[in-house]
Design a protein around this ligand. Structure first.
Ligand code: CDP
Length: 207
């Protein structure tokens, strides 16, 4: 099963979502955006009026919610796709994602998702190569210079991106780090097509 998983990690603005989606399209595989899962739980937590750092209540929401992450993101029957990148969500998502109970619930769903795909899955996030699929057939760590990453974030304030990056790298539960087996790809001066082509070439060597 793990041969049929391509795991991609990297910080905000490294190009993960765009690259992962296109690699999945090129191979005819499914694509899973795990950041959207943490963001959807955050939207739900805020809608319920819970404090993002209320460990128990937030973990309960993550464990019990009905979550569907596809072209649209639906949580507990509400389409939250347009809410995922709002400022309040950018601000609260780090606390939600640092909650060990939330991570356990999400990781379980991510592994189940991959298990049910008949072809294969391209999964991207912060802990995919290190924790969720440590035995993935192919592991990639995407990077880009700080300047370029800030530019790509567009609407999000650079200080907000930097704050999320610092929180993701320093948290106790599954911090973002470069896995020893991951192939590192610096996307700073490269086109999306070029990066996708390289990953697809590696993927073709998978059994
Ligand atoms: O698109 P961007 O890289 O800015 O963020 P994202 O992938 O939408 O993820 C949003 C937040 O969710 C990150 O800042 C992490 O705090 C968290 N996250 C995580 O902890 N683990 C993952 N596998 C994916 C996202």
């Amino acid at each position: 099963m793990n041969d049929r998983v391509i795991a991609i990690d990297g910080p905000a603005g490294s190009g993960k979502s765009t690259v992962a989606r296109r690699v999945a399209d090129a191979l005819g595989w499914s694509y899973l955006d795990t950041g959207a899962m943490y963001r959807a739980v955050t939207v739900r937590v805020l809608a319920l009026g819970l404090a993002p750092d209320d460990l128990e209540s937030v973990a309960r929401v993550a464990a019990s919610c009905v979550l569907d992450v596809d072209d649209r993101v639906i949580i507990d029957g509400r389409d939250v796709s347009e809410r995922l990148r709002d400022d309040d969500v950018n601000l609260a998502v780090s606390a939600v994602a640092a909650n060990p109970g939330v991570r356990t619930a999400m990781v379980e769903r991510q592994r189940a998702f991959a298990r049910y795909q008949t072809r294969g899955t391209v999964v991207e996030g912060r802990d995919i190569t290190t924790v969720v699929f440590p035995r993935a057939g192919l592991k990639v760590y995407l990077t880009a210079s700080d300047e370029e990453r800030a530019r790509r974030r567009g609407d999000e304030d650079p200080t907000s991106v930097a704050r999320r990056d610092a929180a993701d790298r320093s948290r106790a539960a599954s911090p973002l780090r470069q896995d020893v087996d991951a192939r590192v790809v610096d996307t700073t001066d490269r086109t999306v097509e070029d990066v996708v082509e390289e990953i697809v070439t590696w993927a073709k060597t998978l059994s």
